[in-house]
Design a protein around this ligand. Structure first.
Ligand SMILES: *Cc1c(COP(=O)(O)O)cnc(C)c1O
Length: 434
């Protein structure tokens, strides 16, 4: 009898089922997920790994986090936070309550957005990239689109203007130089008999800023060219006088193009994102001339790019808040952006006192999402010596801060005041670290 060939009962690997049941005591994950983690760990010959696998699985699921980065519209954290709730009921998405017949999902929201932006009509799609793709596909297929060389940009996430034009079946005619493009550059391209110009596309370079010997051609000059001007303003500021703020527009918005003024200065269409400065759900919004919006809506791509009822209903709530001017009370982005500094200071003092950690510091928050490049909003935060990013990320709910010069910074401008108590308990539980 070779003793070495016998395995005693306690050395034998646990059954998948037993291990999954053990995991169920620690993780609120479906049994099928825990079975999968148990099976993988056992197959690797290390049953102890199962807990780590389950934890990794849990942390890969979408979850809400506390954004303490000070970047109000954080691209990795879902851009504009939403305060949207909906009922468990059917809705009138494509039902016309007046006639009892089939209706358009775009009709009500289109009217609200048009009213907000001073436009004839509006159309909603899945994001601003989709909006531009739809506009050039519907209005410039097999034709030419003029773009200034300095605006032939990459917005991030693989969204590059020349590639979008190529995808749409239109041809890019780039004019001017990287730093300067004048009206006569556009004029020359339009007058050239080689070209069949469908429209001029003006793209706001939202995520970068060129300084020095630069010149671009404003929309009111482009509007004299006699072809439709499509302006991608990107960030979705609706009106640069910000009537919903009941005061002067904040200084961090001074250079930001706005939908209403861009249309008023002669753009035929304006496109922008719903989840940047507008403060809503992820979507793309096209506003402007009714005939052009209609061509977009009738293009086959419109069906593929249309948003669902969740988006339209939350966008409708948002548009109504703007029209009722209750934005500072019920739109999280505008609440954060306009919170008074002394209020942030009071919260920071309170958290530091209660948690017995860190010290109150001045800091600078950013609007984020590539909007308002270079602009900052004064803020207050809590600074702690040492790098606590990982500890904070492991907290439930996760807290996302930032680190500079070996100091961890919690910026309160991007944190909902209702979450301050969570910050207090998380900070007081942090290990000491220098
Ligand atoms: C953000 C941005 C886009 C892309 O918008 P998405 O809604 O993310 O698709 C396009 N153009 C400009 C100028 C932008 O700022």
């Amino acid at each position: 009898m070779a003793e070495s060939s016998t395995i005693s009962a306690d050395q034998r690997p646990p059954s998948v089922d037993t291990l999954a049941r053990e995991l169920a005591l620690r993780f609120e994950l479906p049994h099928a997920v825990l079975v999968d983690c148990a099976r993988i760990a056992i197959a690797r010959g290390d049953a102890k790994q199962a807990g780590q696998l389950a934890d990794e699985f849990r942390r890969q699921l979408l979850t809400d986090v506390i954004n303490a980065t000070g970047v109000l519209l954080h691209t990795n954290l879902g851009r504009a936070p939403l305060a949207y709730q909906h009922r468990q009921r059917a809705n009138s998405l494509e039902f016309d309550l007046l006639s009892g017949e089939r209706g358009s999902r775009q009709r009500g929201i289109g009217k609200l957005l048009a009213l907000l932006c001073g436009a004839e009509a509006a159309l909603v799609v899945n994001n601003n990239a989709a909006a531009i793709l739809l506009v050039v596909s519907a209005l410039a297929n097999q034709r030419d689109v003029v773009v200034a060389r300095g605006e032939s940009v990459e917005i991030g996430g693989g969204f590059r203007i020349p590639e979008v034009l190529e995808q749409s079946g239109s041809r890019l005619v780039d004019v001017g130089t990287t730093n300067r493009t004048r009206l006569r550059d556009y004029r020359k391209a339009i007058d050239s008999r080689k070209n069949d110009i469908a429209l001029v596309l003006k793209v706001h370079p939202s995520n970068y800023h060129i300084e020095g010997f630069v010149e671009d051609t404003p929309v009111d000059e482009l509007a004299t060219l006699g072809v439709p001007i499509v302006a991608d303003i990107g960030s979705g500021l609706i009106d640069n006088s910000c009537p919903w703020l009941f005061g002067p527009a904040p200084t961090w918005l001074v250079n930001e193009p706005a939908a209403k003024q861009t249309l008023a200065s002669g753009a035929s269409l304006v496109t922008f994102s719903g989840d940047k400065l507008f403060g809503g759900p992820q979507c793309g919004i096209i506003v402007g001339r009714a005939d052009l919006i209609d061509s977009c809506a009738r293009h086959p791509l419109a069906r593929a790019l249309r948003p669902g009822a969740l988006i339209i209903s939350s966008l409708q709530q948002l548009a109504l808040s703007y029209l009722k001017r209750t934005v500072c009370d019920d739109v999280p982005f505008w609440k954060m952006a306009t919170a008074p500094l002394d209020e942030l200071d009071r919260r920071a003092q309170q958290i530091v006192a209660a948690a017995q950690r860190g010290r109150v510091v001045d800091c600078l928050a950013l609007p984020g999402a590539g909007s308002t490049p270079g602009a900052t909003i004064p803020s207050r935060g809590i600074s702690m010596v040492g790098d606590y990013l990982e500890d904070l990320r492991a907290h439930q709910p996760p807290i996302i801060g930032r680190v500079a010069d070996q100091q961890t910074l919690i910026d309160l401008r991007s944190v909902d005041p209702d979450d301050d108590s969570i910050l207090i308990s998380a900070l007081s539980a942090l290990p000491a670290r220098q």
